[in-house]
Design a protein around this ligand. Structure first.
Ligand SMILES: C=C(O[C@@H]1C=C(C(=O)O)C=C[C@H]1O)C(=O)O
Length: 116
């Protein structure tokens, strides 16, 4: 950043404060837009994986239906959450990992129940 020279101790004001601020805002908007594009790509990948997982859950549901087994398997859900928390490297917290997988289980169980 440019500064006015020798304007005393309290000096060190930008030559053009407004222009510097505007440049910062433009840079931030550029970064934000690039980050949102990255976020859009991740969202699309996650949607793809969500549907892939859902298709597997539906297949498991068909087997359970044929064998007259219950949809809900709490032990299996607890094991998945424990394993995912063990592998979790953050910044997502273990509590958030449990919440996220809990939502995935909910979706899987709804899809299985829809087909009973
Ligand atoms: C998919 C299953 O059905 C349910 C959903 C689970 C999941 O989404 O991972 C896990 C256990 C079950 O409560 C399963 O039994 O594996």
């Amino acid at each position: 950043m440019a500064f006015v020279k020798d304007s005393g101790d309290e000096g060190r004001e930008p030559v053009n404060k407004q222009a510097s601020q505007d440049k910062g805002i433009v840079e931030n908007l550029r970064s934000m837009s690039a980050l949102r594009e990255e976020m859009n790509r991740i969202n699309a990948q996650m949607l793809h994986l969500l549907n892939e997982r859902a298709r597997v859950a539906v297949e498991i549901g068909e087997i359970k239906k044929r064998q007259n087994l219950p949809i809900v398997d709490e032990k299996r859900e607890r094991e998945i959450i424990a394993k995912m928390q063990e592998e979790n490297q953050g910044p997502v917290t273990d509590e958030q990992v449990a919440l996220f997988f809990g939502n995935l289980f909910q979706i899987a169980k709804e899809l299985q129940a829809d087909r009973r």
